[in-house]
Write a protein that binds this ligand. Structure first.
Ligand code: ADP
Ligand code: MG
Length: 301
């Protein structure tokens, strides 16, 4: 098959591994920088151009769209979908997963357990907003943060009110969440492909840090997940409409709660911690599922 990996950097571990895994299986793999694609939107004969060349003839794409280029990146994915090219994750699903609030609302609607989460706009509501999530300590998050940036633990009501005031002053969208203390600075990353968790790791924040992000100095180790965790992860990816997803869970005293669902999960941490060939499993999923025009949400924005 002819497969394109949409990535802005061919030297990134995840990009390199996808190229390697595809070539090992006999496919022609190309890395295409979606930021440098330009599009020709014409009824019934849309096209994408790259360095003066037309990008027709791909069987499948693997979008690896960074958070800072979601708008343009998903437009490029949508253009491929319009042309009938199979995308392992569809543009609509990627957009959904990028907005934490929108994701949590979708997951809640399907009965998936989440940390209690509040969201408000008007400044007068701070006290009640804190009460809704059970009072301090609370976690306050920017809706479009990644890698732990913009995720703050407010231990007291006073601290929470100050952080909320600061975020409001910056006109940033944020949410307020119950602090799941018993997670103890750790979370579980489940790598879901299709309807399976193909690898799972536990990430532990460094000493004194409640955020377990590897970019914040957290460490990863192989973990055996419970059936409830497995079910929650697979169901969450499905609700989001993602075939490939990194589902982050906290182990709360009432069972697994979902923190977020990532549409371009990094492969380095999880492949190294679990010794699983995640990139190869993504290619195999494409081999089984890629068909011209098989795009569920085509034309639905
Ligand atoms: P990001 O998208 O920036 O990674 P997350 O929502 O995943 O933001 O939060 C970063 C980390 O902070 C999580 O991996 C988790 O370890 C910790 N964390 C986030 N929310 C909570 C919470 N409600 N209770 C306890 N820990 C949390
Ligand atoms: Mg996270």
């Amino acid at each position: 098959m002819k497969i394109a990996v949409l990535s802005t950097n061919r030297d990134l571990y995840s990009t390199r591994r996808l190229v390697e895994a595809g070539e090992e299986r006999g496919h022609a793999i190309r890395v295409i920088n979606h930021k440098r694609c330009y599009m020709n939107i014409v009824s019934n004969e849309s096209d994408i151009h790259y360095n003066g060349e037309s990008l027709k003839g791909f069987d499948a794409i693997i979008p690896r769209i960074g958070a800072s280029v979601t708008f343009y990146g998903t437009a490029v994915v949508r253009q491929f979908e319009t042309m009938g090219v199979y995308s392992v994750n569809e543009s609509v699903a990627i957009s959904r997963s990028r907005d934490k609030l929108r994701s949590l609302q979708l997951l809640a609607r399907k009965g998936i357990d989440l940390p209690v989460t509040g969201f408000a706009n008007a400044p007068g509501d701070t006290d009640d907003l804190l009460a809704v999530v059970g009072g301090a300590p609370v976690v306050i998050k920017l809706l479009e943060g990644t890698q732990g940036v913009g995720v703050v633990l407010a231990e007291t009501k006073k601290a929470a009110a100050s952080v909320i005031e600061a975020f409001r002053g910056l006109k940033a969208n944020f949410m307020v969440q119950e602090f799941v203390k018993e997670a103890d600075g750790a979370d579980i990353r489940c790598l879901v492909i299709g309807d399976k968790v193909v690898a799972a790791m536990k990430r532990q924040g460094k000493e004194g840090e409640f955020r377990s992000n590897l970019h914040r100095g957290g460490t990863a180790s192989l973990v055996k997940i419970s059936p409830a965790e497995r079910r929650t992860a697979v169901q969450s990816a499905k609700v989001m409409g993602l075939n490939v997803a990194g589902v982050d869970l906290l182990q709360s005293s009432r069972g697994p709660v979902v923190l977020e669902v990532n549409s371009s999960p990094g492969l380095e941490g999880i492949e190294k911690a679990t010794k699983r060939d995640v990139a190869g499993t993504i290619i195999e999923f494409i081999e089984k599922n890629a068909r011209h025009g098989r795009t569920k949400t085509r034309g639905k924005g």
